[in-house]
Design a protein around this ligand. Structure first.
Ligand code: SF4
Length: 264
């Protein structure tokens, strides 16, 4: 669990900062070596290399990509601020069609007003809507939060269950939200297949599936279970910072040598 964004947060120690700098330097070396190797290969040779890849070769490449992402984004984590599983569940519901930064502006007052599931269950709808209005779709989100609070009270004594099946059975909670909560609030490995992760794993040729559940199953088979949660965060960060939907920045991407979709 994390509680972030506090003014009292002293930030990284000098040793940790030096460590982060050396990781960043390593990532930079990796990046330039990988880009040089990829640039020296003809497009036809690249296409042949990926077409001839065996299942074992693909697993090794997937794990290599995960390692490079780990070096590149050593601080990858959820951008949502929370201190309890309930807070993360609520923040994740609010993050639909809204930026995490916007959600983080709203949640301090929300979490101070509604401290447990029963508070959400009996919330005055107008007051709740007013607190979350800036996250968009506020009527639907307020309805989802009161329904969620009631279901948690009725089925789980007000606690957030640490179980995928129990989470997805809650109103308004899909597999993506459930995996976020499992991974980040309970440290139970979970793969979050959001729009970024789905796009990236298809670009990497790990899957051709569009259905998130199939994507999740195929990615799960390629990576060690213990890596699932952090891999999801790293891929989301890479999708936001480098391999964007509209214009992937292949010319500065550290994965270019292992990516069949690279354009150089
Ligand atoms: S498409 Fe380009 S930016 Fe995206 S992962 Fe591949 S090389 Fe990197």
């Amino acid at each position: 669990m994390t509680a972030r964004g506090s003014a009292a947060d002293p930030g990284p120690s000098p040793a940790a900062a030096a460590g982060a700098r050396s990781v960043a330097a390593t990532a930079q070396v990796l990046e330039s070596a990988s880009i040089r190797r990829a640039a020296a290969e003809t497009p036809r040779a690249r296409a042949r290399r990926f077409a001839a890849e065996t299942p074992l070769g693909r697993t090794r490449r997937a794990r290599r990509i995960n390692r490079v992402l780990a070096d590149t984004y050593p601080d990858a984590r959820t951008d949502l601020d929370f201190t309890t599983p309930l807070e993360l569940l609520v923040a994740t519901v609010l993050s639909a069609q809204c930026t995490d930064a916007r959600v983080n502006l709203v949640t301090p007052a929300l979490f101070a007003r509604y401290r447990d599931a029963a508070d959400y269950a009996r919330a005055d709808r107008g007051e709740l809507e007013a607190l979350i209005v800036s996250t968009g779709f506020f009527r639907a989100k307020a309805a989802a939060l009161t329904g969620l609070g009631a279901a948690l009270v009725d089925r789980h004594g007000g606690a957030v269950p640490a179980d995928l099946d129990a989470l997805v059975a809650l109103p308004g909670v899909g597999r993506k939200t459930a995996n976020v909560v499992l991974g980040d609030a309970f440290s139970i490995p979970g793969l979050t297949i959001d729009t970024h992760v789905g796009r990236l794993v298809r670009r990497w040729g790990w899957t051709t599936a569009e259905d998130p559940v199939r994507v999740e199953t195929e990615v799960a088979a390629l990576l060690p279970r213990a890596e699932w949660t952090l891999f999801s965060h790293r891929a989301i960060w890479h999708g936001r910072r480098c391999c964007t939907a509209r214009k992937p920045a292949c010319e500065r991407c550290p994965l270019v040598g292992d990516c069949p979709s690279a354009v150089l």
